[in-house]
Design a protein around this ligand. Structure first.
Ligand code: ADP
Length: 415
């Protein structure tokens, strides 16, 4: 089957075309045919289209909305110019898989999208007002373009974390707030944490129930997960993706009383403080320079910029604290897994995070660590390290494609 995987943001569509099926999943021979992104939808969009084995093609074009973006993707995929040999017409795309950010407590697994499922995703808008509406736009656009007959599946960022025990997902607030409004920890990046845990057990040749790891997804958004016997038992993001680690522009954990304090002292509205915490905090907030880790590392090295260094140190310290907390929460782990743009590429950040963890049995191998950049997968700790460390580049799209195949074929979901 040829699967179109869509990841729709408020003004962007990222896509991949993946050939896979139940046999291919079993043999691990899924094949990526193409990928690309369309940014700044609603205006003059920046378009990148990249068929596997060809040079990427970049252009700009006015794109009115998500539907126009999906139409452009399909036109390109099916065109002679893309040179994707197995896809010549719309009929050669067999299903669509969507990344959906919030599935609340309702969606514990990936599902085929029906009208009822779509209503369920709409009901979660309250919990993810920025993300779910964009995902719905993508689903609606694909329905309009392909017709309702083509199977579409929703794969939720929150689903993998639905195994958190009650004591890990409850906030210590009046219990009726959970009852009335479902205020609790949901966690995000679930498909990424799930993918790297799956790859880890493949690399080690162990079964799911022996998978005891801490996964660190460090990209623009950052989160940690504690995975015991293959299940997520704790994670750092909460009701929304604002909680937890220091991120590019998000604060992560703060004292909740700070919100009121900033409002009073700075004369800001609640909405403005929320923007401050989401868009002006984290790495960019501390450094005053940029949310981009690579640029911060350059500033720290080339100009010895004090606040760039402080932002990096705060970022790494918070990540280290979570590793300690999760080791205690899980009763120990076998490995630490780094993923996401920063986790996959920066040996320096990995070193800083792991600094001082030797006492708990983590011995990074400097040579191996320095070799794992540019998305290279593998072990970065010494052979005798009691707690191993791995770099595993994430591949959320692959899991979305595989889940979609299982939904279409009626096969059980594999988490
Ligand atoms: P997103 O969460 O939007 O998918 P990514 O996972 O691509 O983002 O991560 C983006 C982050 O990864 C940026 O902070 C970027 O600077 C960082 N990054 C990418 N390459 C490197 C590198 N070689 N060294 C340090 N940081 C890097």
């Amino acid at each position: 089957m040829n699967l179109l995987v869509l990841n729709c943001g408020s003004s962007s569509v990222k896509f991949q075309l993946i050939a896979t099926d139940l046999d291919r999943i079993a043999q691990n021979t899924d094949q990526r045919l193409a990928r690309g992104s369309l940014e700044r939808i609603g205006g003059e969009a920046i378009i990148t289209l990249h068929a596997e084995g060809q040079a990427p093609h970049r252009s700009t074009a006015p794109l009115r909305d998500h539907r126009a973006a999906v139409e452009l993707v399909i036109r390109w995929v099916c065109s002679e110019g893309s040179r994707i040999s197995d896809v010549k017409s719309v009929g050669d795309i067999h299903a669509v898989g969507h990344r959906v950010v919030h599935g609340g407590e309702r969606f514990r697994h990936s599902v085929l999208i029906t009208d009822e499922v779509l209503r369920g995703i709409e009901e979660c808008i309250d919990l993810a007002p920025l993300h779910n509406p964009a995902n719905i736009k993508g689903i609606t656009a694909a329905r309009e373009v392909f017709g309702v007959g083509l199977p579409q599946a929703a794969v939720f960022d929150t689903a993998f974390h639905q195994t958190l025990p009650e004591h890990a997902y409850l906030y210590a607030l009046p219990y009726q707030l959970y009852r009335r409004h479902r205020i609790r920890r949901y966690g995000f990046h679930g498909t990424s944490h799930r993918y790297v845990a799956y790859r880890y057990r493949q690399l080690r040749g162990i079964p799911r129930d022996q998978t005891n790891v801490i996964t660190l997804h460090l990209g623009n958004g950052c989160s940690a997960a504690a995975i015991r016997a293959g299940d997520s038992v704790d994670t750092s993001m909460g009701l929304t993706p604002l909680e937890g680690l220091v991120m590019g522009t998000r604060s992560g954990d703060i004292d909740p009383a700070i919100v009121d304090f900033i409002q009073a002292k700075e004369g800001l509205s609640a909405q403005e403080v929320e923007t401050l915490l989401n868009k002006q905090s984290g790495l960019i907030g501390i450094s005053g320079l940029t949310n981009d880790m690579r640029e911060l590392l350059d500033e720290a090295h080339e100009h010895n910029d004090r606040r760039a260094r402080l932002a990096i140190d705060t970022f790494c310290y918070r990540a280290r604290k979570y590793i300690g907390a999760y080791l205690a929460a899980m009763g120990g782990a076998d490995a630490l897994i780094f993923t996401g743009g920063i986790g996959e590429n920066s040996a320096e950040v990995r070193t800083l995070i792991c600094e001082g963890l030797e006492w708990m049995g983590l011995k990074l191998d400097a040579e191996r660590n320095s070799q794992h950049t540019s998305g290279r997968e593998g072990l970065i700790s010494r052979d005798e390290s009691r707690l191993a460390a791995f770099v595993i580049p994430t591949d959320e799209e692959l899991l979305i494609a595989r889940d979609t195949v299982r939904c279409v074929r009626g096969a059980p979901q594999r988490y």
